[in-house]
Design a protein around this ligand. Structure first.
Ligand code: MN
Length: 240
């Protein structure tokens, strides 16, 4: 069987010591793509933007993974006191990569930071910290409540006329929630296709693209035991 190649974004972390930065991505993303029938290929952050086109030539689809906050200067804001860690090198690499992928209609599936970086890359803005800027009874950072990543913690309401509803087979979904930021101004071209009860954007799509879908939650952490999460990866790989 000839598997389609899914480029997976990664981060940079000093896992073992400060002097030795390493490329890192969660194994759950790679496993979810592999189990959905794709060939996972982690794309290391490089500095030459001329190489982005080569990366896109190697892959059939692009998976945007979770990670640190996008630098607010990119969407024209001063840093909020509750802004989290930012990785400028990752932003400099990832945002042009996303723009090029969208321009070439390479299928894109964004997760967590992935919905945020997609939105910023296309001209949108973010809430820099939900608890500070959009107080809610919903705990969007479930780890603060001690809930494991693999467990769901709140529901989302999905638009009937959306690819997401079609994929998961309904307008309700229980999801895990591991974010302190969310979309504020939604970029032109993206349409909100799911929200939490408090209005927080939980999924966007561009229906005019071959496959351009992003979610605020983490289906890669629930794909092993939740059919709807698994279907998201299967639909992405099938679209390649
Ligand atoms: Mn949430």
């Amino acid at each position: 069987m000839s598997r389609k190649v899914v480029g997976i974004t990664c981060g940079i972390a000093a896992v073992r010591d400060e002097q030795r930065p390493q490329y890192v991505t969660n194994r759950a993303y790679v496993r979810a793509i592999e189990q959905a029938g794709g060939l996972p290929l982690i794309l290391p952050i490089v500095e030459e933007t001329g190489l982005l086109g080569r990366y896109l030539g190697l892959i059939d689809g692009l998976l945007l993974t979770g990670g640190p906050d996008v630098g607010p200067a990119i969407y024209g804001e001063e840093p909020h006191p509750k802004l989290g860690r930012v990785d400028a090198d990752r932003d400099l690499f990832e945002l042009p990569l996303i723009r090029a992928a969208v321009a070439q209609d390479v299928p894109v599936f964004g997760i967590c930071r992935g919905i945020q970086s997609l939105n910023v890359a296309l001209g949108g803005t973010l809430f820099q910290d939900l608890p500070a800027q959009l107080p809610s009874t919903i705990q969007h950072e479930q780890s603060d409540a001690g809930i494991p990543r693999s467990q769901t913690s709140h529901s989302v309401e999905i638009e009937a006329d959306s690819r997401l509803a079609e994929i998961v087979g309904g307008q309700q979904m229980m999801i895990n929630s591991l974010h302190h930021q969310a979309l504020k101004k939604v970029a032109e071209g993206l349409i909100v296709m799911a929200r939490a009860e408090d209005g927080v954007v939980e999924a966007v799509e561009d229906p005019d693209r071959h496959f351009l879908l992003a979610v605020q939650f983490h289906p890669e952490e629930t794909a092993t035991h939740d059919a709807k999460s698994r279907k998201l990866f299967e639909a992405f790989v099938e679209a390649l």
